[in-house]
Design a binder for this molecule. Structure first.
Ligand code: FAD
Length: 489
C-alpha cells in the first residue's frame, strides 16, 4: 500500500487552490442593479471590485464562473420575493441563483446578468418532536452537520465536508447513508419556496403533491427555495477511514470494489472509490470506507480485501468530520467539467485513461459509488421527479484541464470517456439504455429525456402552471425561470 502522505503530495500537484476573484465586467445589465437596489433596499447589492461580489460570484471551478453586472444577497424571504417580482418585469435580463456554486456547467448558477447569492439563509431549527430540521438554503453541509451533531442527529446530505468546503445544500443526491435512508430528496418533508411570480408558499406532499414531486429534482424551474425541512436521524457510532493505492495494487482493489457493490447487503456500510489520473503522477485509487454501527466491524464486506482494510484503518467518532479522510483534498481546481455514466454493476474498467494522451495540467478523476441494489437508493418509487426507482449506481467523471481555449475539446473528450465506459458495460451485458443519468453530474447539453426519462412530460406540464409563458405582444415570450440557466423543461 502507498503512503497516504506521499499520495497527498502527488494529488496536491493536480489540485490547486482557487481563491474568490473579481471578474472584470462591462455589463449591459448594470441598470437592472439600480432597479433592484431601489426596489429591495434590505438586500445587499454588490458591484465588481468588492469582496462581497467576489464571494457571491465565486464558483468552485473558474470555468463555471461568469462576470455578473452585480450580485445581490437577499436577507429574508420577502427580499427573494421582491427581487423575483422586479426581475420578472424585464424579460431580457438574465440572472442566476447560487447556493454553493459547485455546478460544473457554466451558466447554471452563474450569469452575465444579476447574480443572486443565498448566503444569508443560514438558519437551522430542530424540532425534536417531529424529528425534522428546517434549514436555510445557504448553509453548507459542513455547517449543517456541525449544528445538528451538537444535538446528536444528522440528515442525509453531501459527502465532502472538509474545512472550507462550502458545498452548499442544493439537494438531490447521494450520501454516505443513502444505502439505508435513500437520497437527499427522499428525506425532504417540505420546501419553503418563492414562486416565479413572487408568491411565497410552503410545499409538502400533503399540501401540494405535484409541486413537491417536481421540486425533488426540478432545480430552479419552479422558483427559488429558501428553506428545506429535512427528516433527521439519530447519530450512532460512526467508523470511517481512507486508503490510497497506486501501481499494481490498483488492479487488486478494482475487483474488490466491484465485489463490494455486488455482494454487500449491509445498508450501514458504504464505500466510495476515487480513481485519479494525471500526466505527471502515477494513477491513484483512493477508497473511503464508512460504517454507521456500534462495533468496528459488523460489516458484511464479502470482499476480503476491503474487509481486512476496514478492520485495520478505520477510526471511530460521533461526527462525520471525525471519521472522514481527505477533507482538504477537494479544494478549488482549475477549469473542468463533470459527466456521468449510470451502471448496474461496477465490474467494468472505470479506470479509463482518456482518449489520447493527457496534456500537462490535465487530469481525470472518476468517482465510483458502489450503492447496493437492495438499499435505500431505490426506495423513493414515484415520490420524486428525479427517477430512481430502477437501481443504478452513478459514476462521476471530472475532467480538468488548463487554459480556456480548450474548453470545448475537453468537454468532447469527457463525452467520449463516458461513451467508452458505457459501451464496455453494455458489451458485458449491462442494460443501460433506459437508465437515467444523474443530473447533478451531467454535462449541460445532454437531452433532458436522458435525465428525467418518463417524468419529463409531467414536469413540463407542472412547469407551465407555475411559470406560464406570457402572451403580451410587447413582452417576448420567455419564462421567468428560464433566464436563470440550468436544465429547463
Ligand atoms: C466537490 C463536489 C462534491 C460533490 N459531492 C456530491 C455528493 O456527495 N453527492 C451528490 O449527490 N452530489 C455531489 N456533488 C454534486 C453536487 O451536489 C451538485 O453539483 C449540486 O448541484 C451542487 O450544489 P450547489 O449548491 O453547490 O449548486 P449551485 O452551483 O449553487 O447550483 C446548482 C443549480 O441549482 C440551482 N439552485 C441552487 N440552489 C437553489 C435554490 N435554493 N432554489 C432554486 N434553485 C437553486 C442553481 O440555480 C443551479 O441551477 C458534488 C459536486 C462537487 C463539485
Amino acid at each position: 500500500m502507498f503512503s497516504p502522505y506521499a499520495a497527498l503530495t502527488l494529488l496536491s500537484q493536480t489540485w490547486s487552490w482557487f481563491a474568490p476573484q473579481d471578474l472584470a465586467t462591462g455589463s449591459p445589465y448594470t441598470w437592472m442593479c439600480t432597479n433592484i437596489e431601489r426596489a429591495v433596499p434590505t438586500a445587499r447589492l454588490s458591484y465588481p471590485g468588492s469582496g462581497a461580489y467576489a464571494n457571491d460570484t465565486y464558483h468552485w471551478l473558474p470555468s463555471s464562473s461568469q462576470a455578473s453586472a452585480c450580485s445581490v444577497e437577499p436577507g429574508n424571504i420577502q427580499d427573494v420575493s421582491d427581487i423575483l417580482k422586479v426581475l420578472s418585469r424585464y424579460p431580457t435580463v438574465p440572472f442566476a441563483i447560487k447556493a454553493g456554486g459547485r455546478a460544473t456547467n457554466p451558466g447554471f448558477s452563474s450569469t452575465p446578468g444579476i447574480q443572486i447569492a443565498l448566503s444569508k439563509f443560514k438558519d437551522v431549527t430542530y424540532d425534536p418532536k417531529l424529528h425534522t430540521a428546517t434549514v436555510g438554503a445557504g448553509l453548507s453541509w459542513a455547517e449543517l452537520y456541525t449544528e445538528l451533531e451538537k444535538l446528536g442527529v444528522t440528515v442525509v446530505g453531501g459527502r465532502i465536508v472538509g474545512v472550507g468546503m462550502l458545498l452548499i445544500l442544493f439537494p438531490l443526491g447521494y450520501s454516505y447513508i443513502s444505502n439505508r435512508h435513500g437520497l437527499v430528496i427522499d428525506n425532504i418533508v417540505a420546501f419553503k419556496l418563492v414562486l416565479p411570480n413572487g408568491r411565497t408558499t410552503t410545499v409538502t406532499t400533503e399540501s401540494n403533491p405535484e409541486l413537491s414531486w417536481a421540486l425533488k429534482g426540478g432545480y430552479n424551474n419552479f422558483g427559488i427555495i429558501t428553506h428545506y425541512v429535512f427528516k433527521t436521524y439519530s447519530l450512532g457510532n460512526l467508523w470511517g477511514g481512507g486508503l490510497i493505492y497506486t501501481g499494481g495494487n490498483i488492479s487488486l482493489v478494482v475487483p474488490a470494489v466491484a465485489d463490494f457493490q455486488a455482494s454487500n447487503t449491509n445498508v450501514d456500510a458504504t464505500v466510495v472509490a476515487v480513481y485519479a489520473r494525471a500526466p505527471s503522477t502515477p494513477p491513484i485509487l483512493s477508497v473511503t470506507l464508512f460504517y454507521n454501527g456500534t462495533t468496528r466491524l459488523r460489516v458484511s464486506l464479502t470482499s476480503s480485501l476491503l474487509s481486512q482494510e476496514l478492520k485495520k484503518t478505520t477510526t471511530s467518532g460521533k461526527r462525520f468530520f471525525d471519521v472522514m479522510p481527505y477533507k482538504l483534498l477537494i479544494h478549488g481546481v482549475s477549469r473542468g467539467a463533470m459527466h456521468t455514466v449510470s451502471l448496474t454493476d461496477l465490474s467494468v474498467p472505470y479506470y479509463y485513461d482518456g482518449p489520447g494522451s493527457f496534456t500537462q495540467g490535465s487530469s481525470l478523476i472518476v468517482f465510483i459509488e458502489p450503492f447496493i441494489a437492495t438499499g435505500g437508493v431505490t426506495s423513493a418509487k414515484n415520490d420524486s421527479s428525479y427517477p430512481h426507482d430502477k437501481f443504478f449506481t452513478p459514476l462521476s467523471l471530472l475532467w480538468r484541464w488548463p487554459g480556456e481555449g480548450s474548453d470545448d475539446i475537453a468537454r468532447e473528450k469527457l463525452k467520449k470517456a463516458a461513451a467508452a465506459i458505457t459501451a464496455t458495460a453494455e458489451s458485458e451485458g449491462q442494460q443501460l439504455a433506459d437508465l437515467p443519468l444523474y443530473s447533478d453530474y451531467s454535462l449541460s447539453d445532454i437531452p433532458l429525456e436522458k435525465l428525467y426519462t418518463v417524468n419529463l412530460p409531467k414536469l413540463r406540464s407542472i412547469r407551465a402552471k407555475y411559470d406560464p409563458a406570457k402572451t403580451d405582444e410587447h413582452i417576448p415570450t420567455r419564462l421567468v425561470m428560464d433566464r436563470a440557466g440550468g436544465f429547463h423543461f
